[in-house]
Design a protein around this ligand. Structure first.
Ligand SMILES: NC(=O)c1ccc[n+]([C@@H]2O[C@H](COP(=O)([O-])OP(=O)(O)OC[C@H]3O[C@@H](n4cnc5c(N)ncnc54)[C@H](O)[C@@H]3O)[C@@H](O)[C@H]2O)c1
Length: 421
């Protein structure tokens, strides 16, 4: 166990698994401004589902909501949210606030590393000066900056923080080497020293923008093929037999990474005098997908149908409701005159009400009489639906709308109709 003291600032989907992993090798202080989150974590409960109770309880990380508790740390790793504003502009409020908290407690020789996804330049041109201002220290002389993008994928048990290759960059070669040693101690995936902090920032934001654009292309051809009466899944199955065809699936692009980060890159482009046509076109297509799906399903329904939507979170088997695009399908169907109920066993009912004004059904027990069932999120519980579940919930001649294609290979009970992208 090294005596190096590391503070992790922001204990969410990214920060908590990182703090727990680092605490196996270093002395770790985990700080979050959310007192309720700290209290829950101290009870061994991680509502994000990323860290299980036993490793959380046995972790030596000192969890706190008091910023002054971070003062013994030499290395600070910032993992706070980087959302967009209502008009899709980068919102650096949490990052700047974290800089102020760190700046007030850090001493000479500190290293401040950012893991939050940003555009190139945020660490050195925005966070550096904010840290100088809060600390009274000089960046590059009294303290140093680093950047290491986070690649974890919520709900993914394979590509975890202790297995993925970690891209690392430091303000000086010595800082970069120190950071490689720290991250190298916790991942079996090794580290990659990026050419500069800006290159590391840029590498992360294009990883997510690239996914967004590729999915947007598949969503656009889905829209074209629906006019021809062709299922995209049938087309993709054939195309995928070519060795260099890229295997992306159509669907709703929600969450706080793929649907958000391209706007960071777009703003950076605009600020530097380039209009990002492809990036913004991808965002526009993907953001229109919920309404497109609602209209396609509506075309299969009688007016005023009773509809049950299965799943509200932004992806399968995670409780994360942020920026879920299922809400666009629900709102679209409601606007078109249908009565929509929503079920999701993983989502927090209070958050669903607060974020989206949706009253989640407490369970599917006793639910019946629906004219349509919409598989919106492929939670295991839904993907494993048997014939009885469909028959119990649905009327004769009802529609099974399978947005995710999760029942595609499944025979449906007689008397039910099927819709897919
Ligand atoms: N979730 C992912 O899978 C993922 C993957 C890669 C990168 N990222 C990026 O990592 C960053 C964090 O994302 P996340 O999903 O962990 O967010 P999150 O919302 O789950 O967690 C952020 C935590 O930071 C806390 N926080 C907010 N402001 C703070 C402050 N000023 N000081 C201390 N704590 C503060 C919040 O209370 C919250 O607990 C974002 O930039 C995101 O884009 C996320």
């Amino acid at each position: 166990m090294s005596s190096l003291k590391i503070a992790v600032v922001g204990l969410g989907y990214v920060g908590l698994p990182l703090a727990v992993a680092l605490a196996r090798k270093f002395e770790v202080i985990g700080f979050d401004i959310d007192q309720r989150r700290i209290a829950e974590l101290k009870q061994g409960h991680d509502r994000t589902g990323e860290v299980e109770q036993a490793p959380l309880r046995s972790s030596t990380a000192h969890l706190t909501a008091k910023p002054e508790d971070m003062s013994p740390a030499k290395v600070f790793i910032v993992t706070v949210p980087t959302p967009v504003t209502q008009d899709n502009k980068p919102d650096l409020g949490a990052v700047l606030s974290a800089c102020r908290s760190v700046g007030k407690v850090m001493g000479k020789g500190s290293i401040v590393v950012f893991e939050s996804t940003v555009y190139p330049g945020v660490t050195e041109d925005i966070c550096g000066p904010e840290l100088e201002h809060a600390s009274g220290l000089v960046c590059g002389r009294d303290f140093f900056l680093g950047y290491s993008p986070e690649r974890i994928n919520p709900g993914d048990r394979e590509h975890t923080v202790d297995r993925i290759t970690k891209v690392v960059a430091g303000q000086t070669p010595d800082v970069a080497r120190q950071l490689c040693d720290i991250y190298g101690a916790i991942t079996t995936g090794g580290t990659f020293m990026a050419a500069s902090i800006k290159a590391a920032e840029a590498s992360k934001v294009i990883e997510n923008a690239q996914r967004d654009i590729n999915i947007a292309f598949i969503n656009e051809v889905t829209m074209i093929f629906s006019k021809l009466g062709l299922s995209i899944h049938d087309v993709l199955e054939a195309s995928a037999t070519k060795w260099n065809f890229l295997k992306f699936q159509p669907g709703l692009v929600g969450g706080h990474c793929i649907g958000v980060d391209p706007f960071y890159l777009a703003q950076c482009a605009i600020d530097n005098g380039h209009h990002p046509d492809v990036i913004l076109a991808g965002r526009k297509i993907n953001d229109s997908m919920g309404r497109f799906v609602a209209e396609q399903i509506n075309a299969q329904l009688r007016p005023g149908s009773k509809v049950l939507v299965l799943g509200l979170t932004f992806k399968e088997d995670v409780p994360d409701l942020r920026n879920s695009k299922v809400i666009d399908v629900i709102a679209g169907l409601r606007d078109l005159g249908h009565a929509v109920d929503v079920h999701d066993p993983l989502a927090d009912p209070e958050e669903a009400r607060h974020e989206y004004g949706i009253a989640l059904m407490p369970s599917l027990e006793g639910a019946s009489g629906y004219h349509a069932l919409i598989g919106a999120v492929a939670h295991d519980a839904y993907a494993n639906f048997g014939p009885d579940s469909f028959l119990r919930l649905l009327e004769e001649d009802a529609l099974v709308a399978d947005i995710k294609g999760m029942w595609r290979k499944r025979d449906l009970p007689d008397g039910l109709r099927r819709w897919m992208l």
